[in-house]
Ligand binder design. Structure first.
Ligand SMILES: Cc1cc2nc3c(=O)[nH]c(=O)nc-3n(C[C@H](O)[C@H](O)[C@H](O)COP(=O)(O)OP(=O)(O)OC[C@H]3O[C@@H](n4cnc5c(N)ncnc54)[C@H](O)[C@@H]3O)c2cc1C
Length: 243
């Protein structure tokens, strides 16, 4: 486990998160950007961007690379992985990313558009068989049957990790099934995928992000969007939104 301390944690390394980090650096603040793989940013898929001043015709990939290099050049630290939870701790926050933890004075949520709704059973069994983090919870499922629903660029690698520690993995990439339902009593007992039932004790749902109000319970949202005022402040003091 690694512990970092910084003034500001920015969740999301797309254009909004990187702009926030550059502005923070200009104002003498340190920041850590926690972000999933660059392929998970919407921008990665843009073939040609003609409305970014000074860089006509650049591809999304090249723009992300240029933005990342700029931020690293002014001392912004990148932590690759998925932010799983934000824990208020008096006048500071703790942000967990895999097994690591970042302590900070303020948080900027620059997580982009959250795609996809929670699957039936996902919220009910979170912590009772449903997990978002292979490295955090994998050891609990050694020699057990689990399902992995892989919806991010790094999901196949995380599924391999689970196999390597002895989990019996049934892997579902984004295309293998259209409908999922997680069923059980006190804990997960099965996953139904397009009507077919798989007896499993755990279901790892590996998306690039986490819904904002799951990341930080109590955060006000409106139809999945974070509510912010004209200063980009959310209803939780010290937590801001961008993008
Ligand atoms: C095909 C396509 C073409 C486009 N072309 C253009 C164009 O020409 N011009 C234009 O202006 N716009 C274009 N866009 C839109 C543009 O890509 C988005 O507006 C922009 O990327 C939004 O920036 P953002 O920083 O808010 O979010 P994003 O770029 O989506 O970045 C958010 C990042 O945060 C990560 N993240 C989310 N949650 C977590 C978490 N819990 N932990 C860690 N990381 C997390 C995401 O995986 C993602 O990498 C295009 C989009 C697409 C899909």
């Amino acid at each position: 486990m690694v512990l970092y301390m910084t003034d500001i944690v920015i969740i999301g390394g797309g254009p909004a998160g990187i702009s926030a980090a550059l502005t923070a650096a200009q104002r003498g603040k340190t920041s850590v950007i926690i972000t999933s793989a660059p392929e998970d940013s919407l921008l990665w898929k843009a073939e040609k961007i003609d409305n970014y001043p000074g860089l006509p015709g650049i591809t999304g990939k090249d723009l992300i690379a240029a933005l990342t290099k700029h931020a690293e050049g002014v001392g912004v630290k990148f932590v690759r992985g998925k932010a799983l939870s934000i824990i208020p701790m008096g006048n500071r926050f703790g942000v967990s990313v895999g097994m690591d933890f970042v302590d900070c004075g303020a948080v900027i949520l620059a997580t982009g558009v959250a795609r996809g709704k929670a699957f039936p059973g996902e919220k009910e069994f979170l912590g009772a068989g449903v997990s978002y983090c292979a490295t955090c919870d994998g050891m609990l499922y050694r020699e057990k049957n689990i399902a992995v629903i892989g919806l991010s660029a790094e999901a196949p690698e995380e599924a391999e990790f689970l196999r390597s520690i002895g989990c019996n993995v049934e892997y579902f990439d984004g295309k293998r099934a259209k409908k999922y339902e997680i069923k059980g009593a006190e804990r997960v007992e099965s996953l139904t995928a397009d009507g077919e039932s798989y007896p499993v004790e755990g279901v790892f749902i590996l998306r690039a992000g986490v819904a904002p109000d799951t990341l930080l319970p109590g955060l006000e949202t409106d139809k999945g969007h974070i509510r912010a005022d004209a200063e980009m402040a959310t209803n939780i003091p010290g937590v801001f939104a961008a993008g």
